[in-house]
Design a protein around this ligand. Sequence first.
Ligand code: HEM
Length: 298
Amino acid sequence: MTFTITIPGIIRLVAVTTPDEVLAVNDASMVQRSLSGRGGLVNRLVAARFAVFRSPDGDIWPAFRDRPDLLRGERQTALEARLSNVEPLLRRIAPEIAELGDYVRDGVAHRSTGVIVQQAVGRLFFADYAASEKSYDAARILQSWLSAWPLHAFWIRRSGALQASLDRIMDLSRGDMACAHATALAVDNIVRSIKLMRRLARHGDNLAKIGPQDALARTLRAPSHVVREVRDEGSAGPVRLRARSLVLLAVESARRQSADPSFAFFAGAWNRCPAHGIVPALLAEVWQAARTDTRGCT
Ligand code: HEM
């Protein structure tokens, strides 16, 4: 289903929610990730939110780069290849997987789930990545920045929290934009899955009864939406697109309606997530770790 909101001077927006339409609009050549801010006040405000995800030397975080951007494509392919070494990477983050397994089984952990997940994701890039409450707070602030109401967003910027969070995430990521994206923004999808796993494990004998692949299918979550802009008027499948409209692709809603388990990662598309293989493997391992008691038997 598609919703369109047009209030001249204020907003021009189209929201797309079904799997076929999301894929068609995502694939349309007149739809881009970079936001000009034209189309109304709200379009301008949203573009200003996204503009902070670039480094002082002009490098842009990967999920805000346009499709034809050659550097984006090269980095995406290189990271996808690195992350396809699933077994060695899972061994590298075995301590974090065990901690998350304990949390899923018992509901307790020595530190917050977000910190553990952030450290696991960071260690996919750097074996010595060390997350902390402060670094996870920085991630939470950047996530809020993208969705906060204007007054809250004003405060996040005015208080210095926005810049401090960007600096902290970039320092820990050693300038690697994909690491910054993963440890600040993507991390939230995994945290949601772990919390859902915990809820699943609390009921009856689910932990013993449900296998890792089934647990994964029940708990994997996609970003609620991703944002685009229509550059030139046109159509994508049945969806009519007016120039300079903001586009909300409701990925999570579409994922729930899709039969394809990799929909959450746009796995067959130009913007496929480079972590489309490792994330499901990681989550399945966490469930398996939760099923394994402290004496090492299942
Ligand atoms: C449950 C976890 C995750 C989900 C559901 C997910 C999903 C997605 C989606 C839907 C996109 C496309 C966004 C868009 O086009 O605007 C994306 C892009 C991306 N993801 Fe993930 N992601 C997850 C975790 C990760 C992790 C752990 C990493 C890195 C280790 C990662 C790295 C990236 C990168 C670098 C891009 C940008 C790709 C490009 O160059 O276009 N993601 N992800």
